[in-house]
Design a protein around this ligand. Structure first.
Ligand code: HEC
Length: 122
């Protein structure tokens, strides 16, 4: 019986580590799973889902000039509520029902790494 309890306890502990708070690695996974099919693995807007029928190209996240037009809050808003919330295309889906705020904050940071830009301040 004691072994059983110990086994359970260590299993619980182990799963604690697996579901540890959102880390950079998790952000990378979230990005790959939800964003790369359109925005591309390197964020260049060339994901496998994008065909010539796309009315607009997904933003190229490595384009610092374009990305600097957005503040972190603008990005968070468009990721949470989708393109139309920022008068952009509905081809950019809303993610607030899929992702947590923490995950979206992580994505915003990730996009800043990709563009190597600070973004619009304020
Ligand atoms: C179904 C394809 C698709 C998926 C999936 C997708 N996007 Fe987009 N995204 C777009 C398109 C298309 C645009 C451009 C909209 C426009 O310019 O009108 C866009 C625009 C954006 C913008 C705004 C750029 C700007 O100039 O305002 C951000 C930020 C963004 N996407 C982040 C993400 C993130 C983060 C994910 C993953 C959680 C994601 N997108 C998933 C298609 C997609």
């Amino acid at each position: 019986m004691r072994t059983l309890i110990t086994t359970f306890a260590s299993a619980a502990l182990a799963s604690c580590f697996v579901t540890a708070p959102v880390a950079a690695a998790d952000t990378q996974q979230v990005f790959e799973f939800y964003c790369t099919q359109c925005h591309g693995p390197g964020g260049k807007g060339d994901g496998p889902n994008v065909t010539k029928d796309f009315p607009v190209s997904p933003r190229n996240f490595t384009n610092a000039e374009e990305m600097n037009k957005l503040s972190d809050a603008d990005m968070k808003n468009v990721i949470m509520d989708g393109g139309p919330s920022a008068s952009k295309s509905p081809m950019m889906p809303p993610w607030s029902k899929t992702l947590t705020e923490e995950q979206v904050d992580g994505l915003v940071k990730h996009l800043r790494v990709l563009c190597q830009c600070e973004g619009k301040q304020g």
